[in-house]
Design a protein around this ligand. Structure first.
Ligand SMILES: Cc1cc2nc3c(=O)[nH]c(=O)nc-3n(C[C@H](O)[C@H](O)[C@H](O)COP(=O)(O)OP(=O)(O)OC[C@H]3O[C@@H](n4cnc5c(N)ncnc54)[C@H](O)[C@@H]3O)c2cc1C
Length: 379
């Protein structure tokens, strides 16, 4: 089967790799450089706490329990230094202790290995991190982070080795149809590519791609600022993800930390960003003293593609060869979406766990339709 995958971020690169590996003849297209969309500007954590304690639709909750296994399997299949299961430390203030104790109990009952430790014990594990003496620290050893551009490079390299075609700087500008099927994409170069099936993995541009095929697919687009610290001196960098009520930092391949400052607890919704990076650095340095009196090295903005009502997986019933794969958490979900698309498009299965994720919900229940992609541009 000939398949075109539109978008070579985390999601499209996993999907293209898995489809090619499972026997399809795949062309993967990206308007600019692969992995340089939202995937390059992400905290990219793989953590189960507190996420797996939150209420979630059953199919998605079940799939979530398999994410770590899929990453372990992928690390065996696709060589590269992209998976960093270094663990995480989450400090919770006294004000939130009760809430997080309850969440930890639920998470543990669902198989998550999370342990409450004292700030002093956390200091033994991460000597460069000084949490306040009050409160509780949650240690999750199995969590970690993914190098977003790194995993895209690794997947794309293996994809090409397997015979896949990767076209960079290849922007889809039109989608052609015959009477009852999507038949081709046209690139900004004028080239037309025909295929049996198409996958929309264009992340925060996903509504635009859908619109070219005459489909209305909604996304909330929520920008998130990442601030990168200066590289640490040898031996001073925290090894784990460091999470506090106001910010979260992970080790970055540049040798510093990549920090997302949300200014409020992790149980709150997305949508706030730091407006004063210098003040932020002062607050971060109160926890990580090696960063005292340093300025940010750089900042970036990632646009989160957040479909109202959860991930979008599947094709509209009246356009079965045009498959959408759009979700938030696209770093963690990447390997899963790769497998799901392969099972449904190549093997003709209908995966039960995806039933709440179908795109026709926007037609059956239009009140769920949110803002469209035209509202934001990616930096
Ligand atoms: C601050 C922040 C923190 C986050 N934290 C996490 C986290 O901890 N864990 C997690 O799993 N996720 C996290 N995310 C979300 C995650 O980063 C995204 O879900 C993921 O990167 C989206 O990947 P994608 O492949 O769908 O999109 P993208 O990486 O944006 O890729 C889409 C690609 O499509 C291409 N494209 C667009 N239009 C066209 C066209 N017309 N023709 C051809 N190509 C096109 C673009 O060039 C781009 O490369 C976070 C995001 C942000 C912003």
């Amino acid at each position: 089967m000939k398949i075109v995958v539109i978008g070579a971020g985390s999601v499209g690169s996993h999907v293209a790799y898995r489809l090619q590996e499972q026997g399809a003849e795949v062309t993967l297209l990206d308007a600019s450089a692969p992995g340089m969309g939202t995937t390059s500007s992400s905290i990219a954590m793989l953590n189960d706490f507190p996420q797996r304690a939150w209420p979630e639709e059953a199919g998605k909750a079940k799939l979530r329990t398999e994410i770590h296994d899929l990453f372990h399997q992928l690390a065996e299949e696709v060589p590269g230094d992209y998976l960093h299961l270094s663990g995480s430390l989450m400090w919770v203030s006294e004000a939130e202790e009760k809430e997080f104790r309850d969440l930890a109990e639920v998470a543990t009952s669902r198989g998550v290995e999370v342990e409450a430790i004292t700030p002093a014990r956390a200091r033994e594990l991460e000597p460069g991190v000084v949490f306040a003496e009050s409160g509780t620290v949650y240690l999750e050893n199995n969590s970690g982070w993914v190098d977003g551009p790194g995993i895209v490079r690794a997947l794309n390299a293996r994809f090409v080795e397997l015979g896949g075609t990767l076209l960079q700087g290849a922007r889809v500008v039109a989608i052609g149809r015959t009477d009852d099927r999507i038949a081709s994409v046209t690139l900004d170069s004028g080239e037309r590519i025909d295929a049996d099936a198409f996958v929309n993995a264009a992340g925060s541009w996903g509504s635009h791609i859908a619109q070219m095929a005459g489909q209305a697919i909604a996304l909330d687009l929520i920008p998130g600022v990442i601030v990168y610290t200066q590289p640490f001196e040898a031996g001073q960098a925290p090894q784990r993800i460091i999470n506090t009520p106001a910010w979260c930092g992970r080790p970055d391949p540049s040798g510093g930390l990549a920090i997302h400052w949300r200014g409020h607890s992790q149980t709150a919704r997305h949508g706030e960003n730091i407006d004063d990076p210098a003040q932020m650095m002062a607050d971060v340095a109160a926890v990580i003293p090696a960063l005292a009196d340093t300025l940010p090295a750089r900042q970036s903005v990632g646009i989160r593609p957040i479909p109202p009502g959860g991930p979008i997986l599947g094709a509209l019933p009246w356009a079965p060869n045009f498959y959408h794969t759009l979700s938030h958490g696209g770093i963690g979900w990447g390997p899963m979406w790769g497998w799901m698309v392969a099972r449904e498009l190549l093997r003709g299965e209908r995966v039960e766990e995806l039933s709440a994720m179908r795109p026709e919900r926007f037609y059956l229940n239009p009140s769920q339709v949110g803002r469209h992609a035209d509202d934001a541009e990616q930096q």
